[in-house]
Design a protein around this ligand. Structure first.
Ligand SMILES: NC(=O)c1ccc[n+]([C@@H]2O[C@H](COP(=O)([O-])OP(=O)(O)OC[C@H]3O[C@@H](n4cnc5c(N)ncnc54)[C@H](OP(=O)(O)O)[C@@H]3O)[C@@H](O)[C@H]2O)c1
Length: 357
């Protein structure tokens, strides 16, 4: 949540809560309220069952439901912090949340739409196929592009050396490089990867976009298809992975593909950890085939304390923070999609379950 957003939500809370019978509970702390009593105030004529009911799922469900209800008092938002512990409504029209378990659909009837509060949906693919599934689209692009840029600048500008020297009070010039003119592959040139590619091109990087399907962009440049991965990587100075987790992307960056790149290449992975053969990566770092690997995601998260990745030379780890899930953004996106749903318009971020992303 953005700084300053919480007080705004708290200010509106006293007017939001009603117990059955219409009595308003002024200013009670959120946790003291049973979930089943938390509903937006509605016009007295509104009959229960005729207004849209949406389950809001997750550890901050009460706070998020309250914020949503403030924006849409005509909709009933039903917070559920933990499906196993409930309480759950008998029926609902939609679910907003992340980590929605399939068992929810056995216990709550009528759910027709799930707004998944993440961009990657591999864990949502086991939900009933009859349910419309939408993900977060475009929301993470600026943050993730900045994160990747930070990694790449750290790589070429040799900030490690500056920190070492400062710790020793040493003033000695050292070599740096430039991103300008580097050839970098963006593997997973979709919403996020495409936004990154645009920003890198603005800095003079020669970007090769790689996606699942080959295509030609309006400016005449080519997007390499999955079958052309080796050609895309050939001689490149690095690869940025923004791939979804699918059967085809598991182990995408293996020894053979690493070997296609120029010696001393860089790897940045902000997609999913499953895309990297971690053993091959560490071997390539040890041999100098790769110079640096910035990993925001890992095959097993949280990365186990005894993983050799922590201490592998050239590895820089961040704990899956490149695309922060800010409450305000998530709620605004969900409300926009809700309005589209009510108007019968196409929703943002509809997931193609056959494709798997
Ligand atoms: N680290 C974080 O905090 C964080 C935050 C948000 C998202 N993510 C990850 O980023 C991923 C991408 O998100 P997005 O919104 O950009 O998704 P997106 O718009 O669906 O883009 C996915 C891209 O990957 C390409 N792709 C799929 N399978 C491929 C394959 N086998 N080989 C090569 N390219 C392949 C797609 O190709 P086509 O264009 O041909 O379909 C598409 O260009 C998410 O799935 C998630 O895993 C991570």
């Amino acid at each position: 949540m953005r700084a300053g957003a919480e007080p705004r939500h708290r200010e509106i809370l006293p007017s939001l809560y009603q117990v059955p019978g219409g009595r308003v509970l002024p200013g009670r702390p959120l946790d003291a309220l049973p979930a089943s009593t938390l509903s937006a105030r509605r016009a007295p004529s509104t009959l229960r069952g005729m207004s849209t009911r949406i389950v809001v799922l997750g550890p901050s469900a009460h706070e998020q439901a309250a914020a949503l209800a403030a924006a849409r008092p005509d909709v009933e938002f039903y917070p559920v912090a933990d499906v196993a512990r409930g309480p759950l409504p008998a029926s609902a029209d939609a679910v907003f949340g992340w980590g929605v378990p399939p068992e929810l659909f056995n216990r709550v009837s009528n759910i027709r739409w799930v707004q998944w509060w993440a961009a990657g949906v591999e864990r949502a693919l086991s939900l009933p196929e009859s349910v419309l599934l939408t993900r977060m689209e475009d929301v993470f692009t600026p943050d993730m592009a900045e994160h990747v840029l930070g990694c790449l600048l750290d790589w070429v500008k040799n900030f490690d050396q500056a920190r070492r020297q400062q710790a020793e009070h040493v003033w000695a010039r050292y070599d740096t490089a430039s991103l300008h003119g580097q050839v970098l592959v963006v593997a997973g040139a979709g919403r996020i990867g495409g936004g990154m590619a645009d920003r890198l091109e603005a800095l003079g990087v020669v970007v090769r976009r790689l996606a699942r399907t080959h295509r030609v962009r309006p400016d005449g440049s080519v997007v390499y298809g999955h079958d052309e991965s080796e050609a895309a990587l050939l001689g490149a100075n690095g690869v940025i992975l923004v791939l979804p987790h699918t059967p085809e992307t598991i182990g995408f960056l293996n020894a053979a593909r690493i070997g296609q790149m120029a010696p001393g290449a860089v790897v940045v992975n902000v997609g999913r950890g499953s895309a990297v053969d971690e053993e091959a990566l560490m071997a390539a770092l040890a041999s100098g085939q790769l110079s640096r690997a910035y990993l925001d995601v890992a095959r097993h998260e949280p990365l186990p304390a005894d993983s050799p990745l922590w201490d592998a030379p050239g590895v820089r780890i961040t704990p899956h923070v490149s695309g922060p899930n800010r409450h305000d953004d998530v709620l605004a996106y969900s409300l926009e999609n809700l309005a589209r749903w009510e108007r019968g318009e196409p929703l943002r971020g509809v997931v193609d379950r056959q494709r798997g992303y």
